[in-house]
Ligand binder design. Structure first.
Ligand code: HDE
Length: 692
C-alpha cells in the first residue's frame, strides 16, 4: 500500500461542496481500508449534514484513527534510542577446529545481519550524543538459526550479577520523583548507586573515558563482554570473548562537542549512519576472538565469568575471523529497527554460554521483554526477526499467529502416518544444538538426561491396578476399551496393549478380548519393574463412607401421588443431609386437591442427575408411565448406574417395565431407602451390560 503524495491532493477544492471527491494522481494503486475496501474520500469524515456531527457509522475514519491511536509500542526499558542497518557478515578465517558454527566453516561464507546501535539510558526520542555506553547488537541470520551477539562498545559491565540490573537501571534513568535528567549519568541516584557498589568501578573508568562519546556509530568497538564458549564438532570446548573493531578506527568527540552536537543535531549519529550507507560508504568491522581454556582461566587473578573484567590482549591476542559490512538502510524504521528483538539466548550449534551470572540473567530477560514490547509470543514471525532458515516445530497458536500449520499432529512423539513413523519435524541428535556439558562446581555437569530411576514407568502403574476393587478394575478395563475402540490406527492400539501387558497381563487380556485382539508381547521396559504391595489408599471404593450429605435424590410423582408420603420422605432425606428434587411428567401436578409445582419435568430431568430415585405413583400412573420412554429410562438408568431405587408398592409396574431385577438397593420408602441412597450398590454391577 502506498501513501498519496500530499501535493497531489486538492483539499481546497473540496471545502465548498462538502466532500466532493477529486480523482487523485499517484502511484495508481487505490487507497483502501485495512480490510481492502476502496476508500472514496480520505479528506472528509461522514457527517449528519454539512455542519453536523460525525457519524459512528463512518468505518473509514474510525479505522484510521483507531489504528493511529495504537501506533506506538512500549519503548525498550534500556537501549530505547537506537539506529539499525542491514548488511552481511563474511568469514575471513574459518575456525572449524574451534567451533562447528556454520558461519565460521568456510572462507568467504556470508550470512545476512541486522545491527542496532543504541544509547542505554535515554528514551527513544533522546539525543544521540549523551555520555553513555553504546549498545552494539548484531543478529546473524545463519543457515542454522539466528545468532544474536548483543554487546556494548565497552568490554566490561557495571555489575556482576543480573539481580542488580534493575537497581542499576533505576539509578541511571530519570529520577523517580522528578522525571529528569534524561539520558544522563550526572545525577544523584546514579552516583549514589555507583558509590555503594564497588563492582561498578572498572566500568566507571571506561564510562568516564572518551569511549562514551563516540564520534560516529561507525567508529566504535563492539564487545560481547561475557565469556562464551566455542564448541567444536567433537564436543570439545574453549572459552571465547568476541570483539568488533571498526575499519575506520575508534574515534571520539570531546565532551564540549558532544554537548553542542546534542543541541545542533540530536539525530547526529542516526543521520550519520543513514547518510554514510545511503552514500555508499558502508561501515565495516572486523570480528575477532580471544580463545582460552580452563587452565588459562584458572590461572588468572580474576574470574573469567566476571563481566566487570576483561582479558588483556597482551595475554590472549585477538584473532580476526570475519568482517561485517552494513550496506543497506532499513526500509521502515518501525518495522525493522524498532521491532527487531535481540535475544542473547539466540545461539547456534557451536556457540554456547558460560556460567557468567550476568549472562545467565540476560538469557531470561530478553525473551521476557519481547513479550511486553511486541505483545505476542509470535514476535519471531515479524520479518526482521524471522530466521532465514527453515523453522519447524509443534509450537502453535498465540496472539497474531500468521502461519497456517496443516495436519493433525501438533505434538511429538507421534506416529500418525500408516507406517507408524512420526509426522512432522524430529529432533536432530547429531546436528542439533547441544549444550556443552561443562563441569559445574559440585562436580556434576549440564545434561539433558533423567536419573536412572526415572526410567521405571510400570511398577507404580501395576501397584495402582492391584489396589483397585474388582468394580474399579472393571471400570479401568471398560475405559481402555472405549478409548482404544475410538482409535483408528491399529498400530497405536497394539502399542498401547503391549504397554498394558507390562502393567498387568490380566488387564491387557481383558482389554484385548473386548477389542477382539490377541494380546501382544510385552514391551521392553528400560528399567525392570519392582514389586510393590497394593495400597488401599489408592482405591476410591475401598475408602468410601456412605453418606447422604451433599447427595441429591429425585422423587418421581404423577397425578394422584400422595403428597403426604412425598413430604415424609423429603423430611427423612433432608434430615440425613440430602437435597430433594420433585419430578413429574408435567410441571404442575395434581396431588389430591392441591396442585403442586414440581422442580423438574420428567423428560428434562433424567435420573442420572441424581444419586438415588424414589417413585411415589398411583397404580394407574405407574401403569400409564410404562408407555412413557422418559419414565422407563428414568428407572432403568438409575438401576444401571447402581443407584438406590425406593418405591411404593403401587409404583411396581414402572419398575418392572424398566427391567429392574430387585436387589438390596431396590427398596420400599423406608429407612432401607435412606441407607441405600447413601452409596452406590456396586454388587449389582457385574450383572449389568454397562461394562465392556
Ligand atoms: Fe541488556 N537489555 N541487559 N545488556 N541490552 C536489553 O532487551 C538486560 C546487558 C544490551 O538493540 C533489553 O530487547 C539485563 C549487558 C543491548 O534491541 C532487556 C541485563 C549488555 C540492548 C535487557 C543486561 C547489554 C539491550 C531491553 C543484566 C552488554 C539493546 C530491550 C543481566 C553485553 C538491544 C530488549 C537492541 C537491551 C536486559 C545487561 C546490552 C530489558 C537483565 C551486560 C545492546 O531485556
Amino acid at each position: 500500500m502506498t501513501s498519496k503524495n500530499p501535493e497531489n491532493i486538492n483539499t481546497q477544492g473540496t471545502t465548498g461542496d462538502g466532500g466532493e471527491l477529486h480523482q487523485l494522481a499517484g502511484s495508481g494503486e487505490q487507497l483502501t481500508t485495512n480490510h481492502g475496501t476502496p476508500v472514496s474520500d480520505d479528506q472528509n469524515s461522514l457527517r449528519a449534514g454539512r455542519r453536523g456531527p460525525t457519524l459512528l457509522e463512518d468505518f473509514v475514519v474510525r479505522e484510521k484513527i483507531f489504528h493511529f491511536d495504537h501506533e506506538r509500542i512500549p519503548e525498550r526499558i534500556v537501549h530505547a534510542r537506537g539506529s539499525g542497518a542491514h548488511g552481511y557478515f563474511e568469514c575471513t578465517d574459518p575456525i572449524p577446529e574451534l567451533t562447528r558454527a556454520s558461519l565460521f566453516q568456510e572462507k568467504g561464507h556470508r550470512v545476512p545481519v541486522f545491527a542496532r546501535f543504541s544509547t542505554v539510558a535515554g528514551g527513544a526520542g533522546s539525543a544521540d550524543t549523551p555520555r553513555d555506553v553504546r549498545g552494539f547488537a548484531v543478529k546473524f541470520y545463519t543457515q542454522e538459526g539466528n545468532w544474536d551477539l548483543v554487546g556494548n562498545n565497552i568490554p566490561v559491565f557495571f555489575i556482576q550479577d543480573a539481580i542488580k540490573f534493575p537497581d542499576l537501571i533505576h539509578a541511571v534513568k530519570m529520577e523517580a520523583d522528578r522525571g529528569f535528567p534524561q539520558a544522563a549519568t550526572a545525577h544523584d541516584t546514579f552516583w549514589d548507586f555507583a558509590s555503594l557498589v564497588p563492582e561498578t568501578t572498572h566500568m566507571l573508568m571506561w564510562a568516564m573515558s572518551d569511549r562514551t562519546l563516540p564520534r560516529s556509530l561507525r567508529m566504535m568497538d563492539g564487545f560481547g563482554i561475557h565469556t562464551f564458549r566455542l564448541v567444536d564438532a567433537n564436543g570439545g570446548s574453549r572459552f571465547v570473548k568476541f570483539h568488533w573493531r571498526p575499519t575506520l578506527g575508534v574515534q571520539s568527540t570531546l565532551w564540549d562537542e558532544a554537548v553542542k552536537i546534542a543541541g545542533a543535531d540530536s539525530d547526529f549519529h542516526r543521520r550519520d549512519l543513514h547518510d554514510a550507507i545511503a552514500g555508499g560508504h558502508f561501515p565495516s568491522w572486523d570480528l575477532s576472538i580471544q580463545v582460552f581454556d580452563d587452565e588459562f582461566a584458572a590461572s588468572q587473578p580474576y574470574d573469567v565469568l566476571d563481566s566487570t573484567k576483561l582479558i588483556p590482549e597482551e595475554q590472549i591476542p585477538l584473532r580476526v575471523i570475519g568482517r561485517m559490512v552494513l550496506d543497506r538502510n532499513p526500509a521502515n524504521f518501525f518495522a525493522e529497527t524498532e521491532q527487531v528483538a535481540f535475544l542473547p539466548s539466540n545461539v547456534v550449534a557451536g556457540i554456547d554460554f558460560s556460567d557468567d551470572p550476568l549472562l545467565q540473567g540476560r538469557l531470561f530477560s530478553y525473551l521476557d521483554t519481547q513479550h511486553s514490547r511486541l505483545g505476542s509470543v509470535n514476535f519471531h514471525q515479524l520479518p526482521i526477526n524471522q530466521a532465514k532458515c527453515p523453522v519447524a516445530n509443534f509450537q502453535r497458536d498465540g496472539h497474531m499467529q500468521t502461519t497456517v500449520p496443516t495436519g493433525r499432529a501438533n505434538y511429538e512423539p507421534n506416529s500418525l502416518d500408516e507406517t507408524g513413523e512420526d509426522v512432522g519435524p524430529r529432533e536432530n541428535p547429531e546436528g542439533g544444538f547441544r549444550t556443552h556439558s561443562g563441569a559445574l562446581s559440585d562436580g556434576s555437569s549440564k545434561v539433558r538426561e533423567r536419573a536412572d530411576r526415572f526410567a521405571d514407568h510400570y511398577s507404580q502403574a501395576t501397584m495402582f491396578w492391584h489396589s483397585q476393587t474388582p468394580n474399579e478394575q472393571a471400570h479401568v478395563v471398560s475405559a481402555f476399551v472405549f478409548e482404544l475402540s475410538k482409535v483408528t490406527a491399529s498400530h497405536i492400539r497394539l502399542r498401547m496393549l503391549s504397554n498394558l501387558v507390562d502393567v498387568a497381563p490380566d488387564l491387557a487380556a481383558h482389554v484385548a478380548a473386548q477389542l477382539g485382539l490377541s494380546v501382544p508381547g510385552a514391551s521392553t521396559p528400560a528399567c525392570p519393574a519392582t514389586k510393590m504391595a497394593p495400597s488401599r489408599a489408592l482405591s476410591i471404593q475401598a475408602n468410601a463412607t456412605p453418606t447422604l450429605q451433599g447427595r441429591k435424590v429425585a422423587i418421581l410423582m404423577a397425578e394422584g401421588s400422595s403428597k403426604a408420603k412425598a413430604d415424609e420422605l423429603t423430611s427423612a432425606l433432608e434430615a440425613a443431609g440430602a437435597g430433594v428434587v420433585l419430578v413429574a411428567p408435567t410441571v404442575n401436578v395434581k396431588l389430591g386437591r392441591t396442585t403442586v409445582a414440581v422442580d423438574g419435568q420428567l423428560a428434562g430431568t433424567p435420573s442420572f442427575l441424581f444419586d438415588a430415585v424414589a417413585l411415589i405413583l398411583t397404580q394407574e400412573a405407574a401403569q400409564s408411565l410404562t408407555a412413557n420412554p422418559a419414565a422407563v429410562q428414568f428407572v432403568r438408568d438409575a438401576y444401571n448406574h447402581l443407584k438406590a431405587i425406593g418405591s411404593t408398592t403401587d409404583s411396581r409396574a414402572l419398575i418392572e417395565a424398566a427391567g429392574v431385577d430387585p436387589d438390596d438397593a431396590v427398596t420400599g420408602l423406608d429407612e432401607a431407602f435412606v441407607t441405600a441412597a447413601s452409596t452406590r450398590f456396586f454388587q449389582r454391577e457385574p450383572a449389568l451390560p454397562t461394562l465392556a
